[in-house]
Design a protein around this ligand. Structure first.
Ligand code: CTP
Length: 447
């Protein structure tokens, strides 16, 4: 019996897929199809898969050409499968010509002519009306967004808002956007969604007005500095049928999600301690150093360091204590925030004027997970045990500046898949706002 194998995402199943499977089957007697998991697609930079794995498998099976389906979830699996199933022919469409020649060592490799003018990518664009995103604020962070959005299908960055018209226009020209506006209402009329990257303390008002205009909101971290404001914005987004997401890029990245899943899988036993550090020495003239009310290390980087704690120990901490080293203007150049949970501890270290190793350490009853700097752009982490020889190393891709992952989730939440909130839940965003509020109350009101 001649065995054939092929692989693909088979998203939004189309005629090209059907033709390929038909011809693949004709190459032998028994056809095995490997369908990729969403996580694997993300790690290889293929964002925005629309159909669930089950739907994609069902569609592949429904052709009637397929004898067996396997799930492809890691690099190197093709060789494993070819050996395991004793495959005679590996086949794939002609868009991959040459890329799989390395498999010739194990079996025949056949590239089948690709069907013209149809692809999942084309379908995704046709199916989902393009979401027009406008950027609120035109500073350093905002400038990275348009470039990253280019990697996400279904979105376009159309314009920018800044109350100073000349800044808005200069930014729009530089980044080749259609418009720069200084009137917020007029700006909102031209977009479906906003990415808020203005100074921290303005987020709340801009987000609220945008939601009232029924615009979806992706808001830079920290979204707001008051728990009640976060609750209010999420209530409003629900009432308006809009998406509201906090833009903490780590939360949406494949590597960090893999790390969280690994920690939760029990491989290191019960999680008892989460320690995360993030420091970046910052120029004394920048806002982080000069804004006496909302600048400083914890408000700037706390969203990153709190994230693994909330994911792994939950939101119900019993106590928090902040210890800071301050500059003359009162901002914290270094802050340690210590948390006590019922059965665990956590420590967040953030700095703008003190440098330390930026690492994430998750300690459990059977072992620990260590992600080295820059753990917030998670590319690799180690699982370690009492026995140093048992060490396991995991790696994952983190592409570009990483904003593409949050933009991709945002776009998918807007175009229908509202269940994607698990990567950063409303509850987690609300708790973070509450922690920021406590910090500011303790550290700034006394000034
Ligand atoms: N394929 C094909 N003809 C097309 C599209 C895909 O023969 N018009 C083949 C691919 O070469 C591959 C298989 O179908 O062997 C599964 O491809 P997949 O990547 O899932 O489909 P695409 O439509 O190419 O997806 P995307 O646009 O997301 O890259």
């Amino acid at each position: 019996m001649k065995k054939v194998i092929t692989y693909g995402s088979f998203d939004l199943f189309h005629e090209g897929h059907y033709n390929l499977l038909k011809r693949a089957k004709a190459l032998g007697d028994y056809l095995i199809v490997g369908v990729t998991t969403e996580q694997y697609d993300e790690t290889r930079g293929k964002l925005n898969i629309v159909d669930s794995l089950i739907t994609r498998i069902d569609n592949v099976r429904a052709t009637g050409f397929v004898d067996e389906v396997v799930v492809e979830d890691h690099m190197g699996q093709k060789i494993e499968d070819i050996k395991k199933f004793d495959i005679d022919v590996f086949t794939v469409g002609s868009d991959w010509t040459g890329k799989f020649d390395y498999l010739k060592e194990y079996c025949d490799v056949v590239y089948l002519e690709r069907t013209r003018n149809v692809s999942s990518t084309i379908r995704r664009i046709e199916d989902n009306a393009i979401v027009k995103i406008g950027i609120v604020g035109t500073g350093r962070v905002a400038g990275r967004f348009p470039q990253e959005a280019k990697y996400v299908s279904g979105v376009t960055v159309s314009g920018a808002y800044n109350p100073h018209g000349e800044h808005a226009k200069e930014f729009a020209d530089r980044l080749e956007l259609s418009f720069g506006e200084d009137d917020y209402d007029r700006f909102l009329d031209k977009v479906d969604a906003v990415y808020i990257a203005s100074p921290h303390e303005t987020h709340y008002e801009y987000a609220k007005i945008a939601l009232k205009h029924k615009k979806h909101v992706l808001c830079e971290k920290p979204m707001v500095f008051r728990r009640a404001q976060a609750e209010e914005l999420f209530e409003l987004s629900k009432a308006q049928g809009c998406v509201l997401m906090e833009a903490i890029k780590t939360a949406y990245s494949p590597g960090f999600n893999q790390l969280v899943m690994m920690a939760k899988s029990g491989v290191i036993g019960e999680i008892r301690d989460v320690e995360a550090s993030f420091t970046r020495l910052t120029d004394s003239v920048l806002r982080e150093m000069t804004d006496a009310q909302y600048g400083g290390a914890f408000t700037e980087f706390g969203s990153y360091t709190l994230l693994p704690m909330l994911k792994l120990l939950g939101r119900e901490y019993k106590e928090v204590r902040f210890d800071s080293i301050k500059a003359e203007n009162g901002i914290d150049v270094y802050t340690k925030a210590s948390f006590v949970f019922d059965n665990g501890l956590a420590l967040s270290k953030t700095g703008v004027g003190v440098k330390t190793e930026g690492q994430l350490m998750i300690a459990g009853t059977k072992g620990y997970i260590l992600a080295k700097s820059p753990w917030w752009l998670t590319q690799s982490f180690e699982v370690r045990f009492e026995d140093p020889n048992k060490k396991e190393i995991y790696s994952s891709k983190f592409m570009g500046k990483g904003l593409r992952y949050e933009i991709s989730d945002f776009a998918r939440a807007i175009t229908g898949d509202r269940n994607r909130g698990y990567k950063l839940t409303r509850g987690e965003s609300i708790t973070m706002a509450g922690i920021m509020e406590e910090f500011l109350k303790q550290e700034r009101c006394s000034e």
